[in-house]
Design a protein around this ligand. Structure first.
Ligand SMILES: Nc1ncnc2c1ncn2[C@@H]1O[C@H](CSCC[C@H]([NH3+])C(=O)O)[C@@H](O)[C@H]1O
Length: 383
């Protein structure tokens, strides 16, 4: 029934006569119960899952368009028109992309000095991570994880978990081979992996060098097992003048495209067969790609490569916290564990206890674990 706006009184008396007013007032005045509030919150959160993919998709789009790069080379905030001209984009579509990215706090909106002028877009610490190059860039990781090759296996996650460990791993189910054979046969994808891993090394190595440089004291030669394109060793030889020789050891298809540099040589091979000898071995973001049995085999090969008396293996990997005290990277570590499930056949992130198990089984007498300001901790294993 329609009521004129001004006749609330009339509505109330009419409702009262219908015996509805009390019920209606109770309904509008009653505070939602905790349970009802929880249900409401849950719906909003589920909406975020329903459409959550749009965040990575739009960020990938921003990297491909080069939005952050354009603002960076412009040297000051850019208006929509300037940005769309530079990027050769349709301004109305770009406007919607920028509205989304500003809402996500990836770019900042700058109000004009003269109110009738258009507003402009400025960088933030977050948008600088989307620059294609530079020390803070995380673009390569986004481009790898959002590539069709890496996204497809996620559709096979439940199939992988069903079947009590007998089902085909998700990556193999989609691509017919494991990620490393796939990379060997697809140089474009191999490059994406190498660049993404180099990007991760650019985050972890400065943290390691800043807080734990003493780990490398007395080491003159060092082999990086599964070293990718050599970024880790590049950081180490620069920070440690006493390292005379670094060996970047990886699969032949990886080292064949890695740049040689002063004091760092590339050696191709298979870590399950034999690892080049050195005073110490470093192994970063490799063991998490493998199950316990393979990890033990790799660690035994590392042990054979170093001197029994003063050698050590320096492992850079995430440690999953088991207690209640969790740091702000716990989410990232748990998501990384899911990535291992989707992209590798047997890989996983490990707790302290699980690291202790594989290190002990590989024959090391003791190990230490030191957190650094990164996703990874530094684990030193001694023969
Ligand atoms: N059998 C193998 N022998 C040597 N390297 C391998 C083998 N299987 C996989 N890898 C390499 O392991 C690396 C894992 S990605 C980690 C790269 C680098 N340590 C970094 O953190 O930046 C890739 O570069 C692979 O090519």
């Amino acid at each position: 029934m329609d009521y004129p706006k001004c006749s609330l009184q009339l509505y109330i008396s009419h409702a009262r006569s219908l015996g509805l007013a009390k019920k209606k007032m109770e309904h509008t005045q009653r505070k939602p119960t905790l349970e009802e509030k929880g249900e409401e919150r849950a719906k909003v959160e589920v909406w975020n899952y329903v459409l959550g993919f749009s965040k990575i998709a739009v960020v990938k789009c921003a990297i491909e368009l080069g939005i952050a790069d354009a603002i960076e080379s412009h040297g000051s905030p850019m208006t929509l028109l300037e940005l769309s001209k530079t990027l050769k984009c349709d301004p109305s579509s770009l406007y919607r992309i920028m509205r989304f990215l500003v809402h996500q706090k990836i770019f900042k909106e700058v109000q004009p000095k003269i109110p009738s002028d258009p507003k402009s877009y400025a960088q933030s610490p977050l948008s600088r991570c989307l620059l294609k190059f530079g020390e803070n860039s995380m673009a390569a990781m986004i481009l790898l994880e959002s590539s069709p090759v890496m996204l497809a296996p996620w559709h096979c996650l439940s199939a992988r978990i069903l079947g009590n460990g007998t089902s085909t791993p998700a990556f193999e189910a989609v691509h017919g081979e494991d990620i490393w054979s796939f990379a060997a046969a697809n140089p474009g994808h191999s490059e994406l992996i190498n660049e993404a891993m180099a990007c991760d090394a650019c985050l972890a190595l400065p943290a390691l060098i800043d807080s734990s440089l003493e780990v490398f004291n007395g080491i003159e030669t060092i082999v990086d097992v599964g070293g990718g394109n050599g970024t880790t060793l590049g950081f180490l030889v620069k920070a440690c003048a006493w390292i005379t020789r670094g060996i970047n050891f990886d699969l032949p298809h990886v080292v064949s495209v890695a740049e040689e540099s002063d004091r760092v040589e590339n050696v191709g091979g298979d870590m399950f067969d034999c690892i080049p000898k050195a005073d110490a071995a470093i192994i970063k973001s490799v063991l998490h790609d493998w199950g316990d049995e393979e990890c033990i085999r790799i660690l035994k090969k590392c042990k054979e490569a170093i001197p029994e008396d003063k050698g050590k293996v320096i492992i850079l990997e995430a440690v999953i916290e088991e207690d209640e005290i969790k740091d702000e990277l716990t989410d990232v570590r748990l998501m990384l564990d899911m990535v291992m499930m989707a992209h590798t056949s047997t890989g996983k992130e490990r707790t302290l206890k699980e690291w202790g198990y594989v290190i002990g089984e590989a024959g090391f007498s003791r190990h230490t674990v030191t957190p650094i300001n990164a996703v990874q901790s530094v684990i030193q294993a001694f023969p």
